[in-house]
Design a protein around this ligand. Structure first.
Ligand code: DP6
Length: 324
């Protein structure tokens, strides 16, 4: 029996599209920050008495499509390790408010860590990041703490994450504005594929990412939070332009998203440097220097209740331990 704890990550340069949907080889590189406030702990044990995988998340049994996706992932671990038993999987998402930021990144990173260890595999971090990738692309990056790059690669062996800065030793901080706790309507898996197939801007997106990756890495090396934030915001808006330009077009923005963006821009007009990013849902994350935190929280609290503003530092990489 083994347990793993993995933190979620938020991309500063987004992954939005696959080249290989089965192996989850992305179209582009991407770069993220692992967050300390949001994580998943997962315990796995293989049991010869079981006739199917038994899965619970937050103590609730998982069935249907959710269970099938986890069983498909466990099949990869069984194949790698030569084990044939089904498994017990108990997973808990730790998020500061009821819902909203539980992510497939922390979930599949923790599952990869616990399942591989329980099956007797002793994988390197790199191989663990390749394994986590098979569950969900963004999970590739949640193996490491701090700032992390996922190299797109061209096959299973070459598509993995590397840490850029495991301990973030400057003031970079992220605040999540929890604008909606409802389930998202269009999964990132479906959404990104529709962008690849039908947005006429998809080739330009690949060029945008290439240029943003270079700018972002230089900004990180220079500890330049303004350049990190500006590049992340530009990258997020251009990713969301792919959703609007797909056929049929769609958006993850709702009216509260627009209020959050307006609030960030208002702060900026007042001379407070802060920037936003967004993923495949309506929540907005704000990027800024820790030294400006109080003024930013006070400013955002004019529009949003304080309990919907969750501050997070950079978080650690995966931890895995054996249990008897
Ligand atoms: C917008 O990792 O959830 O958060 O690989 O299909 O499981 P799958 O997709 P997923 O997509 C994440 C998309 C994103 C950007 C990012 O995290 O880089």
């Amino acid at each position: 029996m083994a347990t793993a704890k993995a933190h979620t990550n938020i991309a500063l340069v987004k992954y939005w599209g696959k080249k290989d949907q089965d192996l989850i080889i992305p179209q582009t590189d991407s770069l993220s920050m692992t967050l300390d406030e949001f994580y998943t702990t997962t315990r796995v044990s293989f049991d010869p008495a079981l006739t199917a995988d038994q899965i619970t998340v937050n103590d609730q049994p998982v069935t249907g499509d959710g269970a099938a996706r986890i069983t498909r992932f466990l099949d990869i671990v069984r194949q790698l390790s030569g084990r044939h038993e089904f498994a017990h999987v108990d997973s808990h998402n730790h998020v500061p408010t009821a819902a909203g930021l539980a992510s497939s990144a922390s979930a599949f990173a923790a599952l990869a860590g616990a399942a591989s260890r329980a099956a007797g595999l002793d994988l390197s971090r790199r191989d663990l990041s390749r394994l986590a990738r098979r569950g969900s692309g963004s999970a590739t990056r949640s193996i490491y703490g701090g700032l992390v790059e996922w190299h797109r690669g061209h096959d299973d062996a070459s598509s993995y994450a590397d840490p850029i800065m495991e301990k973030v030793d400057f003031g970079l901080e992220m605040l999540a504005i929890m604008v909606s706790t409802g389930r998202k309507k269009i999964s990132s898996r479906y959404g990104m594929q529709s962008s690849v197939i039908s947005s006429p801007y998809y080739d330009s997106w690949k060029e945008v990412v290439e240029s943003n990756m270079a700018t972002m890495k230089a900004a990180i090396a220079a500890h330049d939070i303004q350049a990190i934030g500006h590049t992340a915001e530009e990258n997020a808006l251009r990713m969301h332009a792919l959703t609007l330009s797909a056929d049929p077009g769609y958006t993850y923005f709702n009216s509260e998203t627009l209020s959050a963006i307006a609030a960030v821009r208002r702060l900026r007009e007042q001379g407070i440097n802060c920037y936003f990013t967004m993923d495949a849902g309506p929540n907005v994350k704000v990027i800024y220097d820790r030294a400006d935190r109080d003024r930013i929280v006070d400013g955002l609290a004019q529009t949003f209740d304080r309990d919907r503003l969750v501050v997070s530092q950079a978080g650690p990489g995966i931890e895995i331990w054996d249990e008897n």
